[in-house]
Design a protein around this ligand. Structure first.
Ligand code: AMP
Length: 431
């Protein structure tokens, strides 16, 4: 017998976990709409060159983590390792920057793929919810985006989100900093890991991202970005921090934060959350300001900012934070029938109640009443509505509250009102 397993780095979610994921995404969608965002859908795969160009040839994503294949037409295809590049490609292809008012504000939700070593909160297929605000040249768009992510995470239930922030400055500042870093690492890189040797040649900034403990000792004393910022970049960062202070959004400046992708400039940030035992799953969300991505892909130069929240990390932590408050699957009513002749009426009534916006289910085969009651309880039904031969004539149905086991008789005409009142009452009590 074949035994099929899910692929390494993927997972199946069902029941409470799947409900929690959907609720998380719905909450995020609701919040971003308050900030003027509308949805954008882009393909899950794109031509490989798009990601190689935008993420940076030297990034870990491009060098090690992409799911790349040649399709039957000989095209070089990659499953998106992140969503921003596809969103910007769609904006450029559809010339949205020319036909719509700027800034363009889009949110997305969907899977991304990275061939990483799987661990808790790190998958090869994972989901990102993110926003991109494209075409506004003001530090206020950075402030707005950073506070949106912060508020969204708070709304989900994260009380103590740690916002880590840094600036990569503008191009001039970054160039000056890169020269200083190259000078610093020149005679040290020999003794650093293979990745750092490669990063030294391709993008020296990325050495700061290295997680190797020995290399971190060397990185600790490297020149700091803040000493190479020109006046414009200093002013920009100062303004962002001032507005965050005013909104009472706490932050930590982390001058080793450079982020994995090549396209950022000025502000970069990450949201972190620590469990009571001090552990963390890594960043739960991250983003930054980018100036050159739109023109890299063939559009005009448009200042932009965005972030992505990792749905799996958020959800794993929420399971821990919210524990008993997580929504379980439930039904308002389970319709129980007694014998062949009542099956059709039960079915029609079930459909009618569903059309009246109740969550209703029934057993579609002939089963004993005790078996049906068992099913109703297992499906977490609040009420059982019972249809016997007698009820086919009287149109008056016994309704049993499965929690208290009390039973009342309700006529067909009063059914919807009765259930509406009872269910609203029950929800109030649960609150
Ligand atoms: P990034 O695109 O690397 O900035 O990632 C944005 C967010 O996506 C991170 O903060 C994580 O929450 C999440 N994320 C990134 N990579 C993974 C992964 N392999 N598995 C699960 N979540 C991830």
């Amino acid at each position: 017998m074949a035994n099929y397993q899910n692929q390494r780095g993927t997972y199946d979610a069902f029941d409470e976990e799947a409900i929690s994921i959907e609720n998380t995404v719905e909450t995020l969608k609701d919040i971003v709409k308050f900030y003027g965002y509308s949805p954008i859908h882009t393909p899950i795969y794109e031509q490989t060159e798009l990601f190689a160009r935008t993420s940076g040839e030297s990034s870990d994503i491009v060098t090690k983590e992409m799911f790349t294949f040649t399709d039957k037409g000989g095209r070089n295809i990659t499953l998106r390792p992140e969503v921003t590049a596809g969103v910007i490609r769609a904006i450029v292809n559809n010339k949205l920057y020319a036909t719509k008012d700027l800034p363009l504000k889009y949110y997305y939700y969907g899977p991304a793929f990275r061939y990483e070593r799987p661990s808790k909160g790190r998958y090869r297929q994972f989901n990102q919810f993110g926003v991109e605000c494209v075409g506004v040249n003001s530090f206020l768009s950075d402030v707005e985006t950073i506070s949106l992510g912060f508020t969204a995470l708070q709304n989900l239930g994260f009380e103590n989100v740690i916002l880590k922030i840094n600036t990569l400055g503008d191009e001039e500042s970054r160039n000056a900093y890169q020269i200083a870093l190259r000078e610093y690492f020149k005679d040290k890189v020999e003794n650093m890991c293979a990745d750092c040797k490669r990063r030294y040649e391709q993008n020296v900034l990325r050495i700061l991202d290295c997680k190797d403990p020995d290399d971190q000792e060397i990185i600790k004393d490297a020149p700091k970005m803040k000493d190479y910022l020109n006046d414009i970049s200093k002013e920009y960062f100062k303004n962002v921090l001032m507005y965050l202070d005013e909104q009472q959004i706490p932050y930590e400046i982390d001058d080793t934060l450079v982020r994995g992708l090549d396209y950022y400039s000025h502000v970069v940030f990450e949201y972190h959350y620590y469990l009571k035992d001090g552990t963390s799953l890594g960043a739960i969300g991250a983003g930054g300001h980018y100036d050159n991505l739109v023109n890299e892909i063939g559009g005009p130069k448009l200042s932009s900012v965005g972030f992505a929240i990792g749905i799996e990390r958020v959800n794993t932590l929420l399971q821990d934070i919210l524990k008993d408050q997580l929504e379980k699957p439930y039904l308002d009513v389970y319709v129980i029938h007694m014998g062949e002749e009542t099956l059709q009426t039960a079915f029609m009534l079930t459909q009618e109640l569903r059309n009246n916006c109740f969550r209703v289910d029934m057993c579609l085969e002939n089963k004993s009443i005790s078996q049906q009651i068992k099913l109703a309880n297992r499906k977490n039904a609040k009420y059982a509505l019972i249809i016997g031969e007698n009820e086919l004539k009287t149109y008056v149905y016994p309704i049993k509250n499965l929690l208290t086991t009390t039973q009342e008789e309700v006529s067909y005409q009063d059914l919807v009102d009765y259930l509406t009142n009872k269910i609203i009452l029950m929800e109030d009590e649960e609150c």
